[in-house]
Design a protein around this ligand. Sequence first.
Ligand code: 5GP
Length: 105
Amino acid sequence: MIFQKIINREVPSDIVYEDDYLIAFKDVNPKAKVHVLIVPKDSSIQNLNDINKGNIYYIEKIFLAVPSIAASLGLTDYKLLTNCGRGAGQEIFHLHFHLMGGGPC
Ligand code: 5GP
């Protein structure tokens, strides 16, 4: 799984934030001037359908980190989204949130 390889440093990426629970790195194919992916360090969580009471702390960690990650990228206005399922455009089945801003997105 590609995002796990990024976490493991087996695949290079432009990391903008990391802690024990999550990593954030620039999207390789940005759809906005600033486009970062925020990913929990648990590849068993494929998307929001896998969130439960035992792993919801990842969502808390991510949402608490978003404002400071956005600020560190110079964003005051931004969009946060996650695609859940192929029909919604999900390509990578390791939960991630797209943080986008810096212009139209
Ligand atoms: P999804 O469609 O699953 O919501 O979004 C997957 C995102 O991952 C896409 O925006 C795509 O550009 C990005 N992506 C796919 N492979 C890589 C990669 O190897 N490195 C980085 N940095 N982003 C990737």
